[in-house]
Structure formats: C-alpha cells, structure tokens
Ligand binder design. Structure first.
Ligand SMILES: Cc1cc2nc3c(=O)[nH]c(=O)nc-3n(C[C@H](O)[C@H](O)[C@H](O)COP(=O)(O)OP(=O)(O)OC[C@H]3O[C@@H](n4cnc5c(N)ncnc54)[C@H](O)[C@@H]3O)c2cc1C
Length: 436
C-alpha cells in the first residue's frame, strides 16, 4: 500500500494560500484531502435546514471539482471525528495527518483526542497557523500574560507584524502530489438528515473603494458600507493574509476590525471559561429577569423599538445583521430587558450565517458589560439616539420594518428611561453587593 499524507479540511475551505495544505503537498507523499461532517456538531443543530451547512456543502462541491482536474477529489465522511479516523487508519497507510489550527475549546479537545488516537497508530498529527496572523502566545504582555484590553493588544500586534507573515503559501498541485481516485461526490445533505436551503450567499469580492471609505461608512446600517466578508472568514473561503494585506494598503480602520477578530479568538483560547461564564466573574451575579414573552418579542422583532426590530428582521430573514445593530440589539436585550446575554448569544448562534463562537461571545459580553474591554454598565444605548445618529434618513428602518410609522406598530415593550434606570440600579446593586 502507498504511504499517504492526509489533509483534513475544517474551517479553511479553500485551495489557495492554505498553510496546512501547502505543507501537506510538500510532505513527499501523495495527499488525500478529506472533510468530516462532524456528528457532534450537527446533532446540536435543532433546525434540520441550515444555511451554514448549505454553504459548506456548496464550497466542498467546488473544492471537489477543482481537485478532480488533477485526477483526485475530496473524500467526505459523516460521523464523530474519532469514528472516522478509526476507519481511515484501517483503510489507508497514513504517515502524517495535517490540519490548520482551531482555537475553540471543542476543537482543541477534538484535536487532542485525534492526536492520541493517531499516535497509538504511530501517525504524526501536525497543526499549522492559518486562520489568523498571530495565534496562541504570539502577542503577550511584557509579564507573559495575555492581553485583555484591545488597544494595547492591537498596538503590540502591529509592532510584531512583518510583511512575510502575509506572504501567500504556495499550493502547487500536480497529479503525483494527490491521491488519485475516481470522481467523488460530496455526501448529500439528505444523508446527514438535513434539507437543502435555497439562499444566495455574500460574494467574496473585496471592493477597494468600499474599504477605502470604510472609516466613514461602516456605522450606517442603511448603506452598503461594510465588506460582508464574515461568512468567508468563518469558513476560510478567503485567506486572512490576503485581507490583512488589503487592509494595510487601504484602511487602518478595517485592519483594526480584523485585529478585533483575532483578539476575541485569543481571548477564547486563553480564557475558555467565557463560553459559559462572564469574563468578569462578578457579572455572573446579575439577577436577570429572563421574561420569556419579552425574549420572544425581541427574537421576532416586535419590541416596539424600530431599530431593534429592524435588526432582528434583518437577522431572521437573511442570517446577517449589521455590526452597529448587533450592538444595539444586544444592549437592548441585556440592559433594557435584563435578559441574560447567554440567551441572546444562543439566538444569534442559531441564526447568524457568520456565527463564530469567539466574536459572538466577545460581542455579547461586550454589550452586557461582562467581557474584556467592555463598555461600563451604566453606558446604555438609547435606541432613538442611535437611530438618529446612524440611520438619519431611516433607510434601514424602511427596509426592514416598513410599517414602523403606522399606528398599528407595536407599542414599546418597556419605557426607555424607566428601563435604563432599572438596568443601572440592578447592575449597580449586584456589582456593589459583592464588593461590600
Ligand atoms: C453581539 C455581537 C455578536 C457578534 N457575533 C459575531 C459572529 O458570530 N461572527 C462574526 O464573525 N462576527 C460577529 N460579530 C462582529 C461583527 O458584528 C461582524 O463580524 C460584522 O458585522 C460582519 O460583517 P462584515 O463582514 O461586513 O464586517 P466588516 O465591518 O466589513 O469587518 C470585516 C471583518 O472584521 C471582523 N470584525 C469586524 N467587526 C468585528 C468585531 N466587532 N468583532 C470581531 N470581529 C470583527 C469580521 O471578521 C468582519 O468580517 C458580533 C458583534 C456583536 C456586537
């Protein structure tokens, strides 16, 4: 049997500038590209029609098609990674397994157990940095601790940055570098127990003019002022090195947002307790009201606050929500309604096409005041003022809640001033109670 190197695609679903794949192709063995539909993850999805799975499926078909040009293809499997690897080691003579690193607690645990399983068979498992420019302990404070405040983190990130870090990794194919196989078909969604979703996904083109104007346009949800690239970063259908290169050339503000992404990923890596708990432990003592009827009204966009409702409609109808409105809706849920940020986080996780644990958790804990570098609890967004400032011509409202000015529009679920006072008192009492 021929010795092979196995390349395991995860959230790096592209052939160009893929660090791990580039290494695999230089390993000297023919490379077998695989993807695992992970049962552990799919079992968690309650709705069995999921646009993200459709996005993955479409992307895998494209990869499979491109690999077929070299007489190879993408092998897809369904099961837990352990089950799949137990079969793979029986089927192939694997010398080396390569993947790109992932920093989420589940992924770290998964990789540890696959590492153990493979080493029992004398197989090496190597991970490479691909989805970020700086990972793990690359950006640390002088005392060796991780940063928990963004501005000094980003300063250090920029200090450490070198142009070579964004050089694309060569991914050079030829038939002899890939395991040859008959034409493959990607496992259909029906075999995974899912239905197809007919949806148009955002394109991958990064427009120079848009990024150059980003600083001035990014806060206005009613205009096309952000790059809409998040889903591609989420699944690795675009290279972060390519994007960072463009950001350096076109917009320092855009670069900062890409650094926020890495900052939250590394917060999750260094402080995995944030998945379930507040980064600041004292915030786990807030007596949330958690009214289910109010939560439902928020989810369905019927709070009577048009900017909040518009955001939730955008989310429910497209799987996307503008960043400014993510902040407003999250603040409204946690402050005006005093509903636990974990409820909102879970709802976003279910609905967002670009759902990504680190940024979603970071964004929610920021809004609740419980996270790293979060806004102080007494700074509470006023939905009306936010609308005046960031949707001055009401174009976002007109798009997503066209009836917002009609007499039938729901009345506000809470009074802004009363809710604001209640939130400040609740947070103050809970936080002070602990320090007394
Ligand atoms: C409550 C809340 C939840 C969020 N949940 C997610 C999530 O699940 N997945 C996700 O990718 N982003 C999340 N964000 C961050 C941000 O809203 C989205 O990344 C952004 O709206 C995506 O649109 P874009 O690609 O047009 O962004 P652009 O403004 O064009 O920014 C470019 C890229 O920079 C990164 N970025 C921008 N802003 C942030 C930010 N505040 N934090 C981290 N990275 C950022 C993203 O990768 C984004 O695609 C959340 C923010 C909040 C406040």
């Amino acid at each position: 049997m021929q010795r092979i190197t196995l390349f395991w695609f995860r959230r790096d679903l592209r052939l160009v500038d893929n660090h791990g794949l580039s290494q695999a192709l230089q390993s000297g063995n023919p490379v077998l590209p695989i993807f695992i539909f992970d049962r552990n993850i799919l079992d968690e999805l309650e709705v069995k029609a999921d646009a993200r799975l459709q996005f993955i499926f479409d992307t895998l078909e494209q990869l499979n098609h491109e690999l077929a040009a070299y007489g190879s293809g993408l092998k897809t499997y369904f099961g837990t990674p352990e089950e799949v690897f137990r079969e793979l080691v029986k089927t192939y003579l694997i010398e080396l397994v390569i993947a790109n690193r992932d920093y989420e607690p589940y992924a770290i645990q998964r990789d540890k157990s696959i590492h153990a399983l493979l080493s029992d068979h004398g197989i090496l498992f190597k991970g490479y940095k691909d989805q970020v420019i700086m990972d793990r302990r690359d950006v640390m404070k002088a005392d060796g601790e991780p940063y928990t405040v963004f501005t000094p983190y980003s300063r250090k990130w920029k200090e450490l940055f070198r142009q070579e870090m964004i050089d694309p990794y060569p991914v050079i194919f030829s038939a002899d570098k890939l395991v040859q196989m008959p034409r493959q078909t990607v496992m259909p969604l029906a075999a995974l127990g899912f239905k197809p979703v007919h949806q148009e996904f955002p394109g991958k083109k990064v427009e120079e003019e848009l990024i150059r104007d980003y600083q001035d346009t990014r806060n206005f949800p009613g205009i096309h002022g952000t790059s809409r690239i998040s889903v591609h970063l989420r699944f690795g259908t675009i290279s972060i090195r390519y994007l960072v290169g463009k950001a350096f050339a076109w917009s320092a503000t855009y670069l900062n947002e890409l650094i926020w992404r890495e900052f939250y990923m590394m917060i999750l890596y260094h402080f995995p307790h944030v998945v379930k708990n507040s980064f600041r432990p004292q915030y786990d003592h807030i007596p949330w009201l958690n009214r289910e009827d109010e939560f439902d009204a928020w989810c369905q966009g019927r709070t009577g606050y048009p900017i909040v409702d518009a955001g939730m409609h955008e989310l429910n109808e497209t799987g996307f929500m503008h960043n400014r409105v993510r902040m407003i809706t999250a603040s409204f849920l946690t402050k005006h309604l005093l509903i636990d940020w974990r409820w909102g986080e879970a709802y976003f996780a279910q609905q967002l096409l670009d759902y990504e644990l680190a940024s979603n958790n970071g964004g929610w804990q920021w809004a609740a005041g419980s996270g790293v570098d979060a806004a102080p609890y007494f700074r509470i967004f006023n939905p009306a003022l936010q609308t005046q400032k960031f949707d001055p011509h009401n174009s976002y409202l007109d798009q997503w809640v066209p009836g917002w000015q009609s007499p039938d529009y729901p009345v506000p679920i809470v009074d802004h001033k009363a809710a604001r006072d209640r939130a400040i008192a609740t947070f103050r009492n809970a936080l002070n109670g602990l320090t007394e």
